[in-house]
Ligand binder design. Structure first.
Ligand code: ATP
Ligand code: MG
Length: 355
């Protein structure tokens, strides 16, 4: 199976393609998730969520709200907020267009098998593999103290994916290394205990797979950074005024270059977000802004972002007004997820002798 080309590598022609999900004889099983570690931002949307929605008919989909992962930065946790954020994140999945009838949506901690398998996989994972993860290194630098959870969370992520016999994991570029690690952990487990898991592949979009911070185009836009850095991210629930302010003050440079290949990182970031949301070919985006200053690009981007987010926010508020309906989706999702996860765990128990 081939992986789609890397994010934001300049493509010459044609509209940006949604990442193609590898096909198998049975419907492809897709699994992915997001952490309720703060508000969802535009990077989460263009890097992952919009592709989950676009491809929902092609595959057998499981989308998780990975609340246990949010505990890896415990200093940022408020118990009530974490609980609420998990529901808000589920509402944002639905508001973005995921249909609960066609997708299994649930909260990770409702299915205990995730923690159980994570422990077993941690035991099969060499320490050096975890210490090498670039996300561990960068997050460990960003925050004052480093909990063990931050180091070992890729094994929990491997458990999330492997529990569901996943074929494909649609994610942003930052997760490529973690999906490769998931495969390596599964292969090592197989050598130690025998074959149990399916080996998944990462599916990464060509455009928008690594949206950068508006305040610093050298840093990936991140939920956890946005908590303390106003102007870093555009959140999916921001109002028009906040969005305009964040985009108009985005870091660019003193030139006028709006061709992808020659633009500075800040300008390239704005062009990529524009391209990912409009799905226009790169050449069309370049032609639109040729000879214009960055002000024109920023103004057009404000409009495109707001056109996307305004209807999404309206749906979000409707969904949040029916909390019982939302809880029902999550309860049903967890029940169905548990059925699949417990069958996999039985295979793991048989293979390891645990239980
Ligand atoms: P945190 O800072 O807490 O890690 P995050 O913004 O990185 O939050 P995650 O919940 O870790 O968000 O990731 C959810 C999904 O969004 C993943 O598929 C991830 O690859 C994708 N993603 C995250 N940030 C970006 C970004 N800046 N550009 C594109 N995709 C992104
Ligand atoms: Mg992340």
């Amino acid at each position: 199976m081939t992986e789609p080309a890397l994010a934001d590598t300049p493509r010459q022609e044609g509209a940006p393609k949604a990442p193609s999900i590898p096909q198998t004889a049975k419907k492809t099983r897709v699994f992915s998730g997001m952490q309720p570690s703060g508000e969802l931002h535009l990077g989460n949307y263009v890097g992952a969520l919009q592709h989950w929605v676009a491809r929902q008919d092609e595959s057998d989909n499981i989308f998780c709200i990975v609340d246990l992962h949010a505990l890896t930065i415990p200093e940022q946790i408020d118990a009530r907020a974490l609980h609420d954020n998990a529901r808000k994140l589920a509402a944002l999945y639905l508001a973005s267009g995921l249909d609960p009838e066609r997708n299994l949506i649930f909260i990770q901690s409702h299915v205990r098998e995730h923690s159980e398998l994570a422990w077993i996989l941690n035991c099969a994972t060499p320490l050096g593999w975890l210490q090498r993860m670039t996300q561990f290194k960068s997050k460990a630098q960003q925050f004052e103290s480093t909990g063990t959870g931050l180091l070992i969370y890729p094994a929990l992520q491997a458990a999330d994916i492997l529990l569901y016999d996943t074929d494909a994991v649609p994610v942003g570029e930052d997760q490529r290394q973690h999906i490769e690690l998931t495969r390596d952990i599964a292969i090592r487990f197989h050598r130690l205990f025998g074959e149990v898991f399916k080996l998944p592949v990462a599916v990464i979009p060509e455009v928008g797979a690594r949206v950068m911070g508006l305040d610093d185009p050298e840093t990936k836009m991140s939920k956890s950074l946005a908590v303390t850095r106003p102007g870093h991210a555009i959140n999916l629930l921001d109002d028009e005024k906040t969005i305009r302010k964040a985009i108009m003050s985005a870091v660019t440079d003193s030139g006028r270059e709006t061709r992808f290949a020659h633009a500075s990182p800040g300008v390239r970031n704005l062009l990529s977000i524009y391209q990912a949301l409009t799905r226009e070919p790169m050449s069309a985006v370049e032609a639109t802004f040729a000879g214009q200053g960055y002000g024109a690009l920023k103004k057009a981007l404000v409009e495109v972002v707001w056109e996307t987010l305004r209807p999404l926010q309206a749906r979000y508020h409707e969904i949040m007004a029916d909390r019982a309906g939302l809880e029902a989706v999550l309860t049903r999702g967890a029940e169905r997820a548990r059925e699949i996860a417990s069958a996999t765990m039985q295979r793991v128990r048989d293979a390891t002798g645990v239980g």
